[in-house]
Design a protein around this ligand. Sequence first.
Ligand code: ATP
Length: 231
Amino acid sequence: GATPPVVELQSVTKTFGTVRAVRGVTLRIDPGQVYGLLGPNGAGKTTLMRILVGLVRSDAGTVQILGRPPGDPRTLRRIGALIESPAFVPHLSGRVNLQVLARARGLPDAEVVRVLRAVDLDGAADRRVTGYSLGMRQRLGVAGALLGDPSLLILDEPTNGLDPEGTASMRSLIRDLAGSATVLLSSHLLGEIQHVCDRVVVLDKGAVVAEDSVSALLSRSGSRTVIVRAQ
Ligand code: ATP
């Protein structure tokens, strides 16, 4: 189409020793999409995300993010990512934790106020992180990823380990954020992708087994096999 993609991968491969973590992945994420990476443990979801944020270098293929290679400082400024569980200082408040991150990047405290509101933690901002539920910590992690107003938000299994209430609140947060950023999120649950995403790529052992709109994937004959394997 006429709009340049936010993410464009062509035949991307990554091998760790003898493990072929990512095998010839080609995909394109357009602006405004909530895009899902669906696959079981070991499918290569985290490795793909680490490639996008420049933490892992692909062995072959091409990667373009917002028209530039990964790891370019101009690209990194426009990506917010929550890939590992967020590391916060537990005895400090949510606000102070975010202020530390914001100041390290030269962002004003007003930006901290903005992201706390975006994740609905303004009421708990001055409480110590030790008193937060897992869901609140995870939302604080998303707030950290939102600092600097990224064009691309990358969330690795954002509801992993959350109770039903935390899961529901994270899902609705992601839908809210979709208006202001392109979102890439991973999950091993089809239900998650179904509730949150517009498009999905299904990965198995590092390779793409399906790529489609969520509705088309769900209605297509034969998709059950794909989905069952993905769970
Ligand atoms: P999970 O849901 O468990 O995080 P995943 O889909 O994110 O799974 P990856 O973490 O990307 O999958 O792992 C894909 C494969 O690559 C796995 O077999 C994993 O053991 C291997 N792998 C990932 N990172 C490394 C590494 N740094 N060194 C060696 N092997 C790795």
